[in-house]
Structure formats: C-alpha cells, structure tokens
Design a protein around this ligand. Structure first.
Ligand SMILES: Cc1ncc(COP(=O)(O)O)c(C=O)c1O
Ligand SMILES: [Zn+2]
Length: 391
C-alpha cells in the first residue's frame, strides 16, 4: 500500500526496545522480529514544537497530536478521551498528615478507564493502516474500551476475557457489539487464544505491547501530568501495574518532553509499581526473587497479569527513576478503594485503591515522605467492580 499522508505527527519510525533496530512506521507491525520485544515509536526531535503550541487546543489527549502516531487526522477514532482531572485528595491528606497529595482520575475517561487512551491511539492507527478486524485478551477494562473504539471505527472486535471477570465488564463488550469469548484462567490464557485467533482469521492482535500504539495513547497521561501541574512534576507517581503500559508510557512522555525542551531532566518523579500479593510478578522480577507457584487472581482484575511482555521496560523505568516495587494484600486493596471513595467522593477502582495501600507501605518504610508531592493514578472507576468490592 502506498500511503500519502497529510501529517502533523512527528513520528518517524518504530524501534526495537531491546536493540534499537528501525522498522518502518508505514506498515502494520506487532512486536520486533529481531528480539521479540515491544516496538517503540520514535519522533523527529529536531523539529521545533513549543509547549505554547498547546494553548487553545482541544480538551482531549489529541491536543498532543504531533507526539502521537496518526498521520491523517481523518483516521482519528476519538470519544473525548484524556485531559482527566488531577484532583487534590484533601480529606485523606488532612486525616493522614500528607502535605501534597493528588490523584489523576482516569475513571473519567470514556468506558471508565485509562484503557480508552490506548485504544483510541491503537484503533486510529489500525484504521490508518487498513485493519478491519481486531482481537485482544483483556482483564476487563481494555475489552470494554476496544469494543467501544472498534464500534466507533466500524471494525469487528473479538474480546477474550477470564470467565471470573465481573459481569459488568462482560456485558459492556456485548453492549458495544463485540464478540466475547470467556476462558478459564488468567489473561495469559486469553493471550494464547488471541494468538490462535490472529493466525486463523488474520485479525489484528491488539494485545498489550504486542502492537506499538496503545503505549502511545497511554503516554499522554505523562504529557497531561506535566501540563496540568504547570510543567513541574510530582516527586512520586504511584501506578497500579499489570502489563505496565501506562507506567512505561508516562516515562516515555517525560523523556520526549525533555527532548522537546518542555521539562528539565534534573528532577523526574520516582515511579512506583504497585501489585497484588496474589499476582506480583514485577515485584519478583525487579527484586530477582524466584517464584515457583502459579500467580493467582486479583479483585483488582487489571493487576492479574502473570507475565508482562514489557517486563524489561517496566524494570528499566523503576531503576532509571529510582522508584520502588511493592505488593499489597487483596484485603488492603479493597479496604483502600472503599476508604478513598468514601473520603473523597471519587470512584476508586480496586487498582486505584492499590496505589494508596502501596503508598502506606512505602511511607512506613521511610521510602516516601509525607511532605513530598505525591500523585496516585486511579486508572479506572469502581462502577464495574461492585461485585468484587461489595461482596
Ligand atoms: C483499572 C486498571 N488499572 C491498571 C491496569 C494495568 O494496566 P497496565 O497494563 O498499564 O499496567 C489495568 C489493566 O487491565 C486496569 O484495567
Ligand atoms: Zn531487536
């Protein structure tokens, strides 16, 4: 296909995240053939793009369109995702003695989670490259987002989800017209079936980090954190980690903003990975622990990812940012989601609750100070998890 682009995107190519080999961005790709690792989008650094260019732009993640991979604006599939508020957690801060505590409320995205950002970018780019049919494994939220964005793009979607996922997530996929397949097991089992369906049907596989563009959508959280905080970053960002796309994306955004001259490299946030003790592969991987038991389910469904395809990139972010990894109990996750929601009036998903539980552990260990500027990422709203939370 010979594509002619009407471009404002500064994307130039795809790079293997391990060896840096270049791949063309004009063809449909999944992960790197050289090293079997995620592909990262590279951007033209020499072009002048000022942060003042953003003034007066639309109130969605597409305000950063130069730093997104879609070349022709008519291919954008947008439902108004992004520019979620950063809210003060005033009552919890006062109660627990924090000076500067904030939450980015990603539950306010279309379909109720940050997955909307990734799917908006991925489905837009898939549309640009001629895709007609997608398949993806999901822990819940990504399936709803894929279903909505494929509906908006007029594409067929197949979603593969663990059978134990709360019914609200299942219903949402059917509601938007996608085909839902339930599997006994965790998201890794769903991923195996997605690979098979991809081979059998030729559907494009939108599995986490097995295509390059969901990461680009999620990185807009990083751009927004800087812009909404007036280009001064928090000391600490606490992120509930499953496949790690959001964490890797936020860090990628910081590096891109340094290259653009929008922020200084002198003080970047420490990036904190929080997982559930029932499924904490990143805590084990970063700490070099041997873990021989199979990882289990979590009421924070998005955290139940037994092996992240992007595990090397997650580890790099923790190391480079001088961050931490921490696992918290299932009880602490649910108690925190309830406590925060009741205290702040914000709908905290179990994953959002996990960030608070993780923060308490790190404060107790003296690794985070209550005087620091702390930002929790509430990656989704609690609405679809009521079966898990109130059971
Ligand atoms: C609400 C929520 N939080 C966190 C995650 C984990 O996301 P990531 O792949 O960015 O680590 C998920 C993934 O399903 C999710 O739905
Ligand atoms: Zn490579």
């Amino acid at each position: 296909m010979n594509l002619i682009f009407d471009t404002e995107s500064l994307a130039t190519s795809l790079l293997c995240s391990r060896c840096g080999k270049h791949y063309s961005i004009k063809e449909l790709r999944s992960f790197s053939e050289c090293c079997h690792k995620p592909l990262l989008v590279d951007y033209e650094a020499a072009v002048s793009h000022e942060k003042s260019d953003l003034i007066g732009r639309e109130n969605s993640m597409w305000r950063y369109s130069e730093m997104l991979p879609v070349f022709d604006k008519s291919n954008r599939v947008s439902l108004g995702e992004g520019m979620t508020p950063i809210l003060p957690m005033s009552r919890m801060a006062a109660k627990c003695g924090y000076d500067d505590l904030w939450v980015k409320d990603e539950g306010q995205n279309p379909t109720g989670s940050f997955k909307a950002r990734g799917m908006s970018a991925a489905i837009s780019k898939a549309k640009e490259l001629g895709v007609k049919e997608c398949v993806a494994p999901t822990a819940g939220n990504a399936g709803g987002a894929l279903s909505a964005y494929c509906a908006a793009a007029g594409m067929k979607a197949r979603v593969i989800m663990p059978r134990h996922t709360p019914m609200a997530f299942q219903d949402e996929c059917r509601f938007y017209g996608s085909e839902l397949i339930l599997v006994d097991g965790l998201i890794d089992k769903c991923g195996q079936l997605a690979n098979f369906i991809q081979e059998e049907t030729g559907a494009f596989n939108v599995s986490t980090l097995k295509e390059p563009y969901r990461l680009e959508g999620k990185k807009t959280m990083g751009f927004e954190i800087a812009e909404q905080m007036n280009w001064t970053l928090p000391d600490v960002i606490v992120y509930p980690t499953g496949g790690g796309t959001g964490l890797i994306g936020i860090w990628k955004a910081f590096k891109e903003m340094i290259a653009l001259g929008w922020i200084s490299s002198s003080k970047l946030p420490r990036m904190i990975v929080v997982q559930s003790t029932s499924c904490a592969p990143m805590v084990d991987f970063v700490n070099g622990n041997n873990h021989n038991e199979p990882y289990g389910e979590s009421k924070a469904n998005g955290l139940a990812v037994p092996k992240a395809f992007g595990q090397d990139l997650i580890k790099d972010v923790v190391k480079e940012s001088k961050g931490e990894v921490v696992a918290v109990s299932e009880e602490a996750i649910i108690e925190s989601a309830l406590e925060l929601s009741k205290s702040e009036g914000i709908s905290f998903s179990p994953e959002g609750g996990a960030t608070w539980a993780g923060l308490q552990v790190l404060v107790d260990l003296g690794k985070v100070l209550k005087e620091e500027k702390i930002l929790l990422i509430n990656t989704g709203s609690a609405t679809k998890y009521m079966k898990n939370i109130l059971a």
